[in-house]
Design a protein around this ligand. Structure first.
Ligand SMILES: *Cc1c(COP(=O)(O)O)cnc(C)c1O
Length: 395
């Protein structure tokens, strides 16, 4: 008898991904991932690296030379940003209005920083006055904020107001743009964001594995002049500079296939045009929102902070959020997600990201969710909801 495990052929279910990421991957990206490998220093790959960097600059709306895909998921780009920019003894100001601000704080502490907080309730954005007050109260070196809070479905408005407060106090700004890049308006240079990190598997509709990061010259200067080395060798930007900068020398083997994937995903962004892509997300997610509201559901975020790429919907009284999620997965192969942290049990999180942000998917979400709620005894007018979505999509 062989002791080799008897594992069947891979056959994942054919889901429609409308959760907080990953989103559905464009077939062209999947095809790019099945092309042959080359070496990470192959002349053809070196050329491809330049192309990826150029496409990333376009998508971030930046001219920053220091724009690269970091090996790993969004959290790797996040840790590369925080772990390099925050030096031991630095003070980092972070928000408390969502799950990912908390992760920023944890990473800043591990980098040897002292963390101070600016508060806002979960489900609301930061108020610039509160940020200014925090800067008056503390000697802040680095200010982090989350542009699109995936845990609450809130878009941070007035980004230039936040960055100008930080710069008046000589602090650098790190923005979490994981759920905004390629989905909602994001202008790194115009908004004076010093460092932005992102992820590939949300509005770029690319599998996780290589994650966008950009730093301006001022931020990179701080990184290159650190007294102590960054604590992570793998994510040390002064070493990664050798590979992604002029020299193109080995540091670690780039995830070749993931770099192919993000190149193709970013090519799709450029073909569509970035501003048109932002408009599509608003249009398609707007149709989703219209359908949900016509069904009698309530969005968690007020209209001014609505985040098209992540729609947080309040769970009606008496409905079990988990049962609805399970039913959608079983009956429709449709993934949506529950709330996190302070909002656990109170909301569903419905993504509308990248390739998933299309009329077919949002129409499916509206009718399937209507069915699920009707089965739980909620009095919903599914017909009116489907019609409201269709009407919005026609515009
Ligand atoms: C998903 C996400 C992250 C983390 O990305 P991973 O790819 O899961 O590591 C960070 N910030 C925000 C806002 C996110 O939505």
């Amino acid at each position: 008898m062989s002791d080799a495990p008897d594992v069947g052929e891979l056959s994942p279910p054919n889901r429609t991904l409308m959760g907080p990421g990953p989103s559905d991957v464009h077939p062209r990206v999947l095809r790019a991932m099945s092309t042959p490998l080359v070496g990470h220093l192959d002349p053809s790959f070196v050329e491809l690296m330049d192309e990826v960097q150029e496409l990333l600059r376009y998508t971030f709306r930046t001219d920053n030379e220091w724009t690269i895909p970091v090996s790993g998921t969004g959290s790797a780009a996040m840790e590369a940003a925080i772990g390099n920019v925050v030096e031991p003894g630095d003070t980092m100001l972070v928000p408390t209005n969502g799950y990912f601000g908390g992760r920023m704080a944890e990473m800043a502490e591990r980098a040897g920083g002292d963390v101070v907080e600016v508060d806002a309730p979960w489900g609301e954005p930061l108020d610039p006055d509160d940020v200014a007050a925090a800067f008056d109260a503390h000697d802040v070196d680095v200010f982090g904020f989350v542009h699109a809070e995936t845990s609450t479905g809130v878009l941070q408005p007035e980004v230039p107001a936040l960055t100008s407060i930080a710069h008046d106090h000589d602090a650098l700004v790190i923005a979490d743009t994981v759920t905004s890049i390629g989905g909602v308006e994001l202008r790194v240079d115009e908004w004076d964001v010093d460092v932005a990190y992102a992820g590939p598997q949300k509005c770029l509709s690319c599998p996780p594995g290589a994650s966008p990061l950009t730093l301006n010259d001022e931020a990179m200067e701080k990184v290159l002049n650190r007294e102590a080395d960054a604590r992570s060798w793998y994510l040390d930007l002064s070493l990664l500079e050798g590979y992604w900068g002029e020299e193109r020398a080995y540091h670690h083997t780039a995830p070749i296939t993931n770099v192919y994937a993000i190149r193709e995903a970013l090519r799709l962004v450029a073909e569509e045009d970035i501003e048109e892509r932002w408009a599509r997300h608003r249009r398609v997610a707007g149709a989703l929102k219209a359908g949900l509201e016509a069904m009698g559901l309530e969005m968690n975020a007020p209209e001014e902070y609505w985040l098209p790429s992540l729609n947080a919907v309040r769970v009606p009284d008496g409905v079990d959020d988990g049962e609805v999620i399970d039913y959608l997965l079983d009956a429709y192969d449709l993934e949506i997600a529950s709330g996190l942290g302070d909002l656990e049990g109170d909301i569903w999180r419905i993504g509308c990201m990248g390739y998933s942000a299309n009329p077919k998917n949002v129409s499916l979400v509206v009718s399937a969710l209507g069915d699920a709620l009707a089965r739980q005894g909620v009095d919903v007018d599914v017909g009116a909801a489907v019609e409201a979505t269709a009407r919005e999509l026609e515009q």
